[in-house]
Write a new protein. Structure first.
Length: 202
């Protein structure tokens, strides 16, 4: 039959194996030779652990315990705008204050798995900046606005002085509070923040 006949028999064999589509090869789920197009090219099939979308990883015990710690949802009126914050143990008045400030477009609950680890030493709160989280919106926002949010929450929580922890955007607002309201700051921790530093004459 020649080359054309041999080619026809090969195509016929492929269609039989592929159930009608010469480009299709059927594999069982456990077939270790099944190609995985989503896997990195340097990994073999035997190195890839199957994962079903319906399976959720189990959270570690420390995380589950932390987010289960009871906290209170409160609001402070700051210049006419309700500023929401979470408070874990305000009744422990013998302990110093600790405030967590979140990053841009984040919210107070970003600290829910961290804040409870400080309850043995501090009274702990975390705020929602105005226009974010559960806080109210303002007609106009300035750097002073967000600094006032922090100071207002400190006052509402009963903190005369507190340690301030700020991440990213929150870190910049914490530094501004340090500069403008030093009387309310015991110490400050600034994490992964960007802020301008003016040149100093030496």
């Amino acid at each position: 039959m020649g080359e054309a006949g041999n080619k026809g028999r090969r195509e016929e064999g492929k269609r039989e194996k592929g159930k009608g589509d010469p480009r299709t090869t059927h594999y069982s789920r456990l077939d270790s030779k099944k190609p995985n197009v989503d896997a990195p090219r340097h990994e073999s099939r035997s190195q890839i652990t199957p994962h079903r979308m319906s399976e959720s990883p189990t959270a570690p015990d420390w995380f589950t315990k932390a987010i289960s710690a009871p906290c209170e949802s409160r609001f402070a009126n700051v210049d006419g705008t309700p500023i929401h914050y979470l408070a874990w143990n305000l009744a422990d008045r013998d302990k110093p204050g600790l405030l967590f400030a979140h990053g841009f477009r984040a919210h107070a609950r970003w600290w829910s798995f961290i804040a409870p680890f400080f309850l043995s030493r501090f009274r702990v709160v975390s705020l929602d900046f105005s226009g974010m989280g559960d806080s109210g919106a303002r007609e106009k926002y300035t750097n002073e606005t967000f600094s006032r949010d922090i100071v207002g929450v400190l006052a509402d929580a009963g903190f005369q002085r507190a340690t301030l922890v700020g991440h990213s955007f929150g870190g910049g607002r914490v530094l501004r509070v340090c500069a403008e309201y030093p009387e309310v700051v015991e110490r400050a921790v600034v994490i992964d923040s960007i802020f301008p530093v003016p040149e100093l004459d030496r």
